[in-house]
Design a protein around this ligand. Structure first.
Ligand code: FMN
Length: 198
């Protein structure tokens, strides 16, 4: 199965190959690959260099994995049960230097996960982010402090065989990928006016 992005213009190999699978191999992710993946997140840019990202990881079959799995909505549990590593991503809501609220901490945290995703691909590992999880359960199960907000969950692992997925999930897994055209997202002169030719 090839789900590489069919790009209009050339992009780097790892961004082209990255996508979000729903089936993972029953194979652990080695510590060396995991640390590199989170190292890439660590070196992401952030407002005031606050680095508001925090990651809680669970590695099958540890208790942390079970707890993260418990936070997932049923629709995600169906496929994420095959992931050898699960993560909850949290963001710090205030700046450490003055305790002022940060309006853009989710932007910073999302950016760190983008770095993580591309490094994962570099390591031959796939990630699938999930908004479908219970923040309340995550806070209770992991004693997440009031100043931190759980933002997403992530499934991490080697990609599995789509043939082993049940009906609708298999169909979604094999479906082609699409994106808006560049002229719909890059503007110039006025919002909505395409900003690049070609
Ligand atoms: C913040 C975020 C939340 C997402 N939540 C879910 C989710 O709860 N369940 C799911 O199956 N996919 C989820 N996805 C995956 C998206 O559906 C997927 O990234 C999108 O369809 C584009 O597909 P691609 O990543 O394969 O290119 C999420 C992705 C992001 C970035």
């Amino acid at each position: 199965m090839n789900k590489d992005a069919v790009t209009q213009y050339p992009i780097n190999e790892f961004a082209r190959k990255r996508w979000s699978p729903r089936i993972f191999l029953n194979k652990p992710v080695e510590q060396e690959r995991l640390v590199s993946i989170f190292e890439a997140a660590r070196w992401s840019a952030s407002s005031m260099n606050e680095q508001p990202w925090r990651f809680i990881i669970g590695i099958k079959p540890d208790e942390s994995w079970n707890k993260i799995f418990e936070t997932l909505v049923k629709e995600n549990q169906v496929w994420a049960q095959s992931a050898p590593v699960l993560t909850i991503v949290c963001g710090k809501k205030t700046y450490s230097r003055n305790n002022n609220p940060s309006a853009i901490f989710p932007y910073d945290v999302g950016q760190s996960v983008a770095h993580l995703s591309i490094e994962a691909m570099h390591q031959g590992i796939y990630v699938h982010q999930m908004g479908g999880f219970s923040t309340e359960k995550a806070i209770a199960l992991f004693d997440i402090p009031i100043d931190f907000q759980p933002l997403t969950a992530i499934a991490i692992g080697f990609i599995g065989d789509p043939e082993s997925l049940p009906g609708t999930l298999k169909t979604r897994e094999l479906a082609s990928r699409s994106r808006k055209n560049l002229k719909e997202i890059v503007f110039r002169e006025k919002f909505g006016t395409p900003g690049l030719t070609g």
